[in-house]
Design a protein around this ligand. Structure first.
Ligand code: G3I
Ligand code: 9MR
Ligand code: ZN
Length: 527
């Protein structure tokens, strides 16, 4: 039946604010009913929200008062019924575990065992040498995680993924240890798999190759069947700076357990940072003419340099790194937890450094971060589904932006203790898990009604969605043939997703969409 009530299908912790969105012609009474038939709560959805992104006016009902553990659904007086969901402590353990397991399943360069990967087991892939673009030189660059639905490996998104996953472990050790209990490796060991690969992409002079891929995307085959020659695309400033930042950040996580690895990271980070000063490649990375894989282009590298300076200062305390960060920050305070905009990572590093910092600048950074969150609160209030995106912000990978907006909101909660920010951050999680205009749980294999046909080669090849992957989400522009063919130009942006494997601009998956999701989940459930 056509859905009329929208909730987080994966459920709520008892203490969480709980809101549902109702499609209704006017305010509607509703009940919270337990699956054993008891009506446990009654209220009216009265808050009317004209929601431009979804092209509709909806009503919002609050059932935060329901805290008793159980399995429930919502029943509206107009007949609508929601998906069932649970309220209980510990319900996100499984979601975290599934979404984190994705990284093992995306491993490149090794065989995946049937005992861990089940149907997604495969032979070692992409083990051949890669040719350095434009030369005859070949390098061994195996390892790391496949980026997304394709089998490329790209430094820029890898760096933000590593950073977000490390923060997820730090911010919510309970969830990380739960993962450890269910797997042969810890979260940190899984993250090291990516870092070891990243280290291989650094040249002797410290500069870092942008990516290693074949020249074009392959068909929907298993990874070991992609046999074309691997190519290392030229170095870039963004890759080198992001690499420096992520490697420096990782040092403290491995210092105790694996000091030799921490030393390698530290050396690599310093070398990459030193190389940056002589790197000037205006306009950012662009694909060479015969390379057609993901570009991850970005003509502004100031925020990547800003992140690197902050992270190296936090890791090593050298006043030169501090001076570099402060010079950039005094020109502009950057924000962003994405692959193109990484300023927030720099802010967090600077604000948590144990070495001396400028208190006035730190105050300005915090104020600017709170202002960023404030803007998100306004967007969320204007959206009946609680998402903090403005209607024109549904870009390719909008679900990552939703999650990252949640991180900006959570930052403001951290600084102010104001639970309005925390609740709004959690609403971003609820949106991703079902309280959205599609009524879909955007994480595969979770909830009652989730994405079934993601653009992900192994899933397409096997005819079933790998669990625990966050779909890219609605995209306001039609950027692939499936979306072009199926969605009218004027379709509301928040509904512009097709659950078909052909739609890479709305329904692909990516390691850095999962990491954004995991960090949001880890943050809002840790308090
Ligand atoms: O940042 C601009 C914004 O300023 C502008 O207003 C807006 C208008 O559309 O566009 C924004 O740029 C978008 C950009 O992502 C940043 O979000 C582009 O339109 C959009 O085309 C671009 O999409 C990227 C896509 O590759 C195409 O390059 C996605 O972010 C990125 O996640 C995706 O990454 C791909 C890899 O290339 C290959 N591997 C799979 C991966 C996931 O789909
Ligand atoms: O699978 C590719 C995906 O990872 C990219 O995000 C997308 C856009 O660059 O391209 C996908 O590959 C398609 C290619 O661009 C065109 N031919 C069909 C490929 C599979 O749909
Ligand atoms: Zn591979």
């Amino acid at each position: 039946m056509y859905k009329q009530i929208f909730v987080n299908q994966c459920g709520y912790l008892p203490r969480m604010a709980k809101k549902a969105t109702f499609r209704s012609d006017g305010p509607t009474g509703f009940s919270v009913v337990s699956t054993d038939g008891r009506r446990v709560y009654r209220a009216t959805a009265t808050e009317r929200v004209k929601t431009v992104s979804a092209g509709e006016t909806v009503y919002v009902g609050d059932f935060s008062a329901v805290t008793e553990p159980g399995r429930y659904y919502l029943l509206a007086d107009n007949g609508g019924e929601s998906d069932t969901f649970e309220i209980a402590e510990g319900i996100y353990g499984e979601v975290f575990e599934k979404a984190f397991s994705f990284f093992y399943l995306q491993r490149c360069g090794c065989a995946l065992s049937p005992s861990r990967a089940g149907a997604f087991a495969h032979k070692a892939c992409h083990t051949g040498l890669a040719v350095v673009y434009g030369t005859a030189e070949k390098r061994e660059v195996s390892g790391g995680w496949h980026d997304a639905g394709d089998y490329g490996r790209y430094i820029v998104p890898a760096a933000m993924t590593v950073a977000q996953l490390l923060y997820a472990c730090e911010d919510n050790p309970a969830l990380a240890s739960l993962y450890r209990a269910a797997h042969p490796q810890s979260c940190l060991e899984e993250i090291r798999y990516e870092l070891e690969w990243m280290l291989k992409l650094q040249r002797r002079d410290g500069q870092v190759y942008h990516k290693v891929t074949c020249r074009s995307f392959c068909n929907f085959v298993l990874p070991e069947e992609e046999q074309d020659e691997l190519v290392l695309s030229p170095v870039s400033v963004t890759a080198t700076a992001d690499f420096a930042a992520a490697a420096a950040m990782a040092v403290r996580f491995y210092r105790d357990g694996n000091p030799a690895f921490a030393d390698r990271l530290a050396d690599a980070a310093k070398k990459a940072y030193a190389a940056l000063s002589s790197m000037d490649l205006p306009g950012g990375f662009h694909n060479p003419a015969d390379i057609r894989t993901g570009e991850y282009g970005d003509d502004c590298d100031a925020d990547e340099r800003y992140w690197a300076a902050a992270e190296l200062y936090k890791a090593f305390g050298d006043p030169q790194y501090r001076a570099d960060f402060e010079r950039l920050a005094n020109q502009k305070i950057y924000h962003g937890y994405g692959w193109a905009d990484v300023g927030s990572f720099g802010n967090r590093a600077y604000l948590t450094a144990d070495f001396p910092t400028d208190p006035a600048l730190a105050d300005r950074i915090r104020a600017s971060m709170i202002e960023t969150a404030q803007k998100r609160m306004e967007a969320s209030a204007a959206d009946g589904y609680g998402t903090a995106l403005f209607p024109d912000e549904y870009v390719w990978g909008s679900n990552m932006t939703v999650a990252n907006n949640g991180l900006h909101l959570f930052d403001a909660y951290r600084f102010t203790g104001d639970t309005a920010y925390l609740d709004c951050a959690a609403h971003q999680l609820h949106y991703l898990l079902g309280r959205n205009p599609m009524g879909l749980c955007y994480l595969t294999g979770c909830g009652t009604d989730s994405i079934k046909h993601p653009h992900h080669r192994p899933s397409v090849f096997l005819g079933k969605a790998m669990p625990g992957m966050l779909s890219g989400g609605p995209c306001g522009r039609r950027l692939d043939p499936a979306a072009k063919g199926l969605l009218p130009e004027d379709f509301p942006p928040a509904k512009a997703i097709v659950d078909m494997s052909g739609s890479y601009s709305t329904n692909e998956v990516a390691i850095y969409w999962n990491s954004a999701f995991l960090l949001l989940l880890a943050s809002v459930t840790a308090v």
